[in-house]
Design a protein around this ligand. Structure first.
Ligand code: ZN
Ligand code: CU
Length: 478
């Protein structure tokens, strides 16, 4: 056995499987875990982790970090939470394969000017590797990007030829290393897509080991029909499905997570069905008129026409503009917003569902982002597991590690075992908590002591180390 590079001693090991915590040590050699349990010998670097939990690095199941990996590769909002892998390309939105100067909303959410410049998935993934991000990523190819690439107009269903062309791009993207396909059927560029269109575009997934991930058509009154549509797409293509940021929106739908979770449980008996969620009763996306009446409060996340109004509530922003709210919605465009539109009991019920993975859905380019970008993982650990007792800590960790690695097919990640990649987080279970708030969203969490990615420390004692050892996890590599 080679001498370890790093030994972490006397930790409480929470291994990501959901099994019981164990006291013990862990050693690292190169980019891999060498031993777990009792570690003899010595290493150049040793850490006494008395009183701290050592867990696999967290996997953010749902992100829009596609462009952040390129333009802000230190990835501080994520590594400061203990995240060591992000899944990008969600909600139908991916940077590749698409070249355009003028992406429509919501693709514009991840554009920092000229970001859509990758004609192939391989070119994008190579650019991420070249940017040397601080953490790992795996990518989905977005149906909305494929529609814009393939169709002359978006207000209709795709023709058979266009469906075949998009399916070829899915196949090419998976052969280039993407791990699946995402849709955002809620959004105008995809609303006209029929279920049959999606089934056709997703057809290559099953043979290539890909997954189907969806921001569903309707998360409000029609949420059950949208779930049925999602299950049908999974059944007819043979691909495993993931329901993104599962929620029920609008006061009149409060409590309906009992119905949606029953439907998910039923479907999971006959097909592969997963879901992710973030631990907040507010969502965030473009500023959209139809979302306003479904929300108790609407807050402006960014506005291109009035950047100074970011952070204000909509009525306050309207007053500043001297306009009624309805006219202000137009005047603020293009804009993003935060919608307080969910019921806390539904949020808790969905988080507690045994198949729910944790995904932040953070929007890294927003001026005044939803705090989920900086707070999701410590909030689940500190608020929901420790303070509210929604589930044990071992279960909370499982939903951000082993469960997610299994669902997305991330080999050798998500659990603590010899031979696995040394993606690790060491945190204080007594103090770990989110500090990002709706008023002060860009605030790092408390209690995250050390974060290791591929064997190298990326976050230590409240600051990034500057080391950026992240890698692209390519789906078909093994
Ligand atoms: Zn979404
Ligand atoms: Cu999303």
């Amino acid at each position: 056995m080679p001498a370890a590079d790093l030994i972490i001693r006397n930790a409480t090991l929470v291994d990501g499987t959901g099994g019981p915590a164990q006291p013990g040590d862990l050693s690292v050699y190169g980019d891999r875990i060498l031993e777990v349990g009792r570690v003899a010998g010595a290493a150049a670097r040793e850490i006494d982790a008395e009183g701290l939990v050592l867990a696999p690095g967290f996997i953010d199941a749902h992100t829009h970090d596609d462009n952040a990996l390129l333009v802000a590769p230190d990835m501080i909002p994520k590594i400061s939470q203990g995240v060591t892998t992000v899944i990008v390309g969600n909600c139908g939105v991916s940077l590749a394969p698409l070249v355009t100067r003028d992406p429509p909303a919501p693709l514009s959410l991840i554009d920092s000017g000229g970001s859509y410049r990758f004609p192939r998935m391989r070119a994008y993934l190579d650019a991420v590797d070249a940017a040397k991000p601080a953490l790992n990523c795996a990518a989905l190819v977005g149906h909305m990007a494929l529609r814009i690439r393939t169709m002359d107009r978006l207000d209709r269903a795709a023709t058979a030829d266009e469906i075949a062309a998009m399916a070829r791009l899915v196949e090419e993207s998976l052969n280039d290393g993407a791990i699946g396909l995402s849709t955002g059927l809620f959004y105008p560029p995809s609303q006209a897509a029929t279920t049959e269109e999606v089934i056709g575009v997703a057809a290559p997934l099953a043979d290539l080991g890909g997954i189907y991930v969806t921001h569903m058509r309707d998360e409000a009154d029609g949420v059950l029909a949208s779930l049925e549509e999602t299950f049908r797409i999974g059944r007819e293509t043979g691909a495993p499905v993931v329901v993104s940021h599962h929620k029920v929106v609008g006061a009149r739908n409060a409590g309906r997570s009992t119905e949606t979770l029953a439907a998910l449980r039923r479907a999971a008996t006959t097909q592969m069905v997963g879901l992710d969620a973030y631990p907040y009763a507010a969502s965030s996306t473009m500023l959209r008129r139809e979302m306003v009446p479904l929300s108790r409060t609407v807050r402006i996340a960014w506005s291109k026409s009035h950047p100074d109004l970011a952070g204000l509530e909509l009525p306050e922003a309207a007053a500043r503009l001297g306009l009624p709210v309805d006219a202000a919605i137009d005047a603020l465009q293009p804009a993003g917003a935060i919608y307080f539109s969910m019921d806390e009991d539904d949020v808790r019920r969905i988080l507690a569902h045994p198949d729910t993975m944790i995904g932040s859905d953070g929007l890294p380019h927003d001026v005044h982002p939803h705090p989920r970008l900086w707070g999701t993982f410590p909030r689940v650990l500190g608020r929901y597991a420790r303070d509210e007792g929604l589930f044990p800590l071992t279960e909370a960790v499982h939903r951000m590690t082993g469960l997610t690695a299994g669902r997305f097919g991330l080999r050798d990640r998500g659990t603590l075992a010899p031979g696995r990649y040394a993606d690790l987080v060491l945190f204080d279970p007594a103090t770990v908590i989110d500090r990002a708030t709706f008023d002060d969203p860009a605030t790092p969490a408390a209690g995250i002591r050390l974060v290791v990615c591929n064997g190298r420390a990326v976050w230590k004692d409240g600051a990034p180390t500057g080391t950026r050892p992240g890698r692209v996890i390519r789906g078909r590599e093994g």
